[in-house]
Design a protein around this ligand. Sequence first.
Ligand SMILES: Nc1ncnc2c1ncn2[C@@H]1O[C@H](COP(=O)(O)OP(=O)(O)OP(=O)(O)O)[C@@H](O)[C@H]1O
Length: 285
Amino acid sequence: MAELFQKLGPWAIVDILIIAAIIYRLLLLIRGTRAMQMVLGILVLAGLTFLVSQIYPLTTLKWVMDKFYSSIIIIIVILFQEDIRRVLSRMGKKTVFQSGEAVSSRQILDEITRAASSLTSKKIGALIVIERNIILSRYVDVGILVDSRISKELLVAIFHPTSPVHDGAVIIQQGRIAAAGCFLPLTRDERVDPDLGTRHRAAIGMSQETDALVVVVSEETQAISLVVDGNVSRNLGPKELRKVLRNLLSPDRDVSEKKKSSGKNWNQVIERMKIFRSGGGGEHE
Ligand SMILES: Nc1ncnc2c1ncn2[C@@H]1O[C@H](COP(=O)(O)OP(=O)(O)OP(=O)(O)O)[C@@H](O)[C@H]1O
């Protein structure tokens, strides 16, 4: 090892460390996004093709791969131009690396659950999207920018039928209300319960396209639902909603919560989510 360090020299080591730090930072930024999945796919494909072209005398494949390697940066920039733009625009913000902690804070979750509960009692429908790893700026950009501290009062005011931005969804990014009146992608899954209207279909669609958590308050039934990864958990009480949100937003809390949990807890709610798989259709309660 010491011999290797001597051979490389101090500047080569500094060089390697800087590159490693840049790659690590970039991977952290795109972690959980679709760009990450594509980068992994490209790397696996390129690695396999490289191995095959080295082992067997496939000169054309080797030539193609050489061209591919020399232009990989351009390919990545073209493929991910939208993600790169969003990531860069967030780099300057202080909270970019701590969105998970910010949104799972006790006070924020209290405000969201109190708002859901108040909207239910007022028979007001609502759609609240909470960002996790996948950046939701593309949905925020088409809504009305709010950029405000989360409060029950503001959420209720936004969804009040007299509000000019009550139609559409509120998106929560990095512990703040980023925008209201946002349009979400409707699910195309034909197996979704036909009784579900467009608000719920938009929530399911959003949770299928991204890893966001979507809280839905039904105007019609006054039920509070949480939609995650295409699964709908209906009829949650405010306490139950708070518990599940807290656990889904703070993965490191899972173990301690599981140990502590008893009775009608978040584990059962997650189990129910599996039963309510959108494809399963219909209510099972
Ligand atoms: N694609 C969408 N993105 C964001 N919000 C949407 C979208 N589609 C519908 N909505 C919201 O849902 C409302 C209509 O809800 P609708 O009654 O059709 O659905 P629902 O699932 O039956 O909900 P509810 O149980 O509250 O009646 C719209 O006024 C709008 O606020």
